[in-house]
Design a protein. Structure first.
Length: 251
């Protein structure tokens, strides 16, 4: 029996996995979902990893660590600190040693915004390695200033959810702080752990083209496709996602 540790993305919480955990447990596996301290402006990836590690205390190494979106910056750090069997990236960002997330895609952002937040451009040779990558984000998503407008949330993160699910999920969105975007990744070395990447074909936040490219270039794997899924497949496609994760557990 595998334990799936489920780590949520930006503005979400442990609640977002409820539909999926029912499906995973029906397939004979265990689940634990983590609430990250995303409202704390002083908390970044190190603090997120501490929370995940605390939840996993007492568990052996048959752990599949599943990250969604932002959480995929955290799960490799956890895997470098304790035994896990596999990492699963769902529509996930990927950390790069020695660089911040902003460093990876600053050329997609408004220079005035970067200047306003005091961002310093990385050295040219550091960014050169990303120059052949597709854009990481949907340009429209980068213009979002808040998910407190339900229409915006439905457009970008709940776009393929049923109305009932979107209506249930929207009030649960949390006030995400953004240290994780500007801090240099605390990861010192990539963990020697098998990785799986799931790309969401109708994602309106991360670019599916970037996800496929980055899975191959950075993780050395071919992405698994959820072709009709938006950015939050645990809410919109829990059955299909559970099937994928159960298959992961069997390999």
């Amino acid at each position: 029996m595998t334990l799936f540790c489920l780590v949520h993305g930006a503005s979400l919480g442990a609640w977002c996995w409820e539909l999926l955990t029912q499906e995973i447990e029906a397939r004979g596996h265990q689940t634990v979902a983590v609430d990250l301290p995303i409202e704390d402006p002083t908390a970044g990836v190190v603090q997120y990893a501490e929370v995940v590690n605390k939840v996993l205390q007492g568990f052996e190494d048959d752990v599949v660590l599943v990250g969604h979106s932002m959480a995929c910056l955290t799960i490799p750090l956890v895997a470098s600190q304790r035994p896990v069997r596999q990492l699963v990236f769902i529509a996930g960002l990927i950390p790069h040693i020695g660089l911040s997330l902003f460093d990876q895609f600053y050329d997609e952002l408004d220079p005035n915004f970067l200047q306003a937040i005091g961002y310093n451009l990385p050295e040219a040779d550091k960014f050169e390695q990303f120059s052949d990558e597709p854009n990481m984000f949907n340009p429209a998503a980068l213009r979002i200033t808040s998910l407190q407008d339900e229409a915006v949330a439905r457009e970008f993160i709940f776009n393929d959810c049923t109305s009932d699910v979107a209506h249930w999920a929207f009030p649960k969105l949390r006030n995400q702080q953004f240290l994780y975007m500007s801090e240099v990744s605390p990861l010192q070395a990539w963990p020697d752990v098998k990785c799986t990447y799931i790309v969401c074909g109708e994602d309106r936040c991360l670019s599916p083209a970037w996800c496929r490219y980055a899975a191959r270039k950075r993780l050395g794997v071919d992405a698994i496709e959820l072709p009709r899924s938006g950015h939050s497949p645990m809410l919109s496609h829990p059955v299909q996602l559970a099937d994928m994760l159960a298959k992961v557990a069997s390999t």
